[in-house]
Design a protein around this ligand. Structure first.
Ligand code: ADP
Length: 479
């Protein structure tokens, strides 16, 4: 049993009970009894919330009224644990059993009716009833029916506990009938829990306050609560497995998609190269025959095929990025930025741009080639999408314990509604004529690089005034 550890609290309480001093066959300990009841009540409320909200792997076994029943049981048991032996004490215990039993019985209701249990009104009604009865029992004990005579229980108490026993017993066949839907492990857990609660209800009639049999059915109830704990643990475990399975499936499908994009773009390149070459041959060999109009059309064809080649190359790089293993090491961010700026030296001087790099850039753990590409893309955009002398600032600040890099420009800015769109593949916002022949893939690739590092990238922009890109690189984890 994977959740065998749940037996530990039971063993501790069992040992505590055994170590209690006995006086004429009676083990009197209000403290231990209260602990047992409080532990059970806590578990009941936990299980109740689980069943009410349907927190299981695919929400297929939510039992709202059963959940409310257990919550009610927990509330009554908490109040029961706070009182010493008295009529209120027995009354609250009996109500707890009946609340749980009614919840158990509710699984027989049709599904549409069960779903009503999820409504706020049902939850409030359940809480109101439980608190009202509990407060009544605690504050007006004289108005309660007699629940015990000396150390023995009154007929009223015995009948109420017998009722609980039947309420838990009756729906057991339903759980068995639904075993394929519920799953065998869970079904047996519910069956065992119901049987234990039922049995404890039957044995109540044969017990007296503080007697051995009285403690015995308390232990049975506690065991039932341990089974409840197991049900919660099992549901959690299943949820965890399902998430892991979904994650693996998603990773696999992403890998397949990357592999497909890679093969498709790779295979597309070859015929495209042929078309481009033949258009070039026709231009060279038959240019005079075709005349100016024919030549212009063929030149457009070459230009377009070049552009298509660029787009396919971007796709290839994008899919490669998803599959390639990062070569991470500790490097100085200053060296990376310098490398990026070196490759942009011509554009920087042509645009008479100033690039200000903060002196305190930290050391980073990253794939330096890829991170250089990110800085290159961001700075190149700052230069390109700019109507004045570009001023670019590169800095790094520590926010919430992690390094946030900034690349800020005084360019044309991006309208707020386009802030997310710029990261989409092949998405361009500006005219090719005015701002150059980009492919609309630089930011998509940058985003993928940052995400592969476990970081995030985002931007802020004032349209007409400039844009700031921010990114983090995630925690240092060995690749
Ligand atoms: P490309 O620059 O090749 O078109 P990107 O993916 O780098 O592709 O950018 C996508 C689009 O986002 C650009 O076409 C441009 O419209 C807009 N953009 C990117 N960076 C900036 C910037 N710093 N200032 C203004 N617009 C920008």
């Amino acid at each position: 049993m994977k959740f065998g550890w749940t037996i530990i609290p039971l063993l501790i309480i069992g040992l505590a009970i055994l170590s209690m001093p006995t006086v004429e066959g009676q083990w009197v300990s209000v403290a231990i009894h209260s602990t047992v009841e409080a532990v059970g009540a806590t578990i009941a409320i936990l299980l109740g919330c689980y069943l009410l909200l349907g927190l299981n792997k695919d929400n297929t076994w939510s039992f709202p009224f059963l959940g409310l029943g257990f919550i009610g049981m927990g509330i009554f048991d908490i109040f029961h644990s706070m009182t010493g032996p008295s009529d209120s004490f027995v009354f609250l215990h009996s109500l707890a059993g009946i609340a749980g039993g009614l919840g158990f019985l509710s699984v027989l209701l049709p599904k549409w009716l069960q779903n009503k249990g999820k409504s706020l009104a049902s939850v409030f009604l359940c809480l109101a009833i439980c608190f009202a009865f509990s407060l009544w029992a605690l504050n007006y004990p004289n108005t309660l029916p007699q629940m015990h005579v000396g150390m023995s229980f009154s007929p009223a108490a015995i009948y109420l506990n017998l009722l609980q026993a039947f309420l838990f017993l009756f729906p057991l066949w339903w759980f068995y009938k639904e075993r394929h839907h519920l799953g065998l492990t869970r079904t047996y857990a519910f069956l065992l829990m119901g049987a234990l609660f039922s049995f404890s209800g039957f044995t109540f009639a044969f017990s007296q306050l503080w007697s051995t049999s009285w403690w015995l059915w308390h232990l049975l109830r506690l065991l039932a609560y341990v089974v409840a704990l197991y049900i919660i643990g099992h549901a959690n475990y299943e949820l965890h497995l399902q998430v892991a399975r979904d994650k693996r499936a998603l990773e696999k499908s992403n890998e397949e998609l990357d592999a497909f994009a890679y093969t498709a773009s790779h295979d597309l390149k070859e015929p495209l190269r042929g078309i481009h070459n033949y258009a070039q041959f026709v231009l060279e060999d038959y240019g005079e025959v075709l005349g100016d109009d024919g030549k212009a059309k063929l030149e457009t064809m070459c230009r377009l095929s070049n552009r298509l080649d660029g787009l396919i190359e971007s796709l290839l790089r994008f899919s490669r990025l998803g599959r390639q293993k990062l070569v991470k090491k500790d490097v100085s961010a200053k060296d990376i930025v310098d490398g990026a700026l070196d490759s942009l030296a011509t554009a920087i001087s042509e645009k008479e741009a100033t690039v200000e790099v903060a002196p305190d850039l930290p050391e980073v753990y990253c794939d330096s080639t890829l991170l250089t590409q990110v800085f290159q893309n961001l700075v190149a955009n700052g230069l390109k999408y700019n109507d004045q002398k570009p001023e670019i600032k590169i800095a790094c600040n520590q926010t919430d314990g992690q390094a946030v890099f900034t690349v800020e420009d005084n360019g044309i800015g991006i309208r707020e509604k386009h802030l997310d769109a710029v990261f989409k593949l092949f998405k361009r916002l500006n005219s090719r004529k005015k701002y150059g022949d980009g492919l609309g893939s630089g930011l998509t690739l940058s985003k993928k690089i940052i995400e592969r590092h476990g970081g995030q990238i985002w931007l802020q922009s004032q349209y007409g005034e400039g844009t700031s890109f921010y990114f983090t690189l995630g925690k240092k984890q060995k690749a």
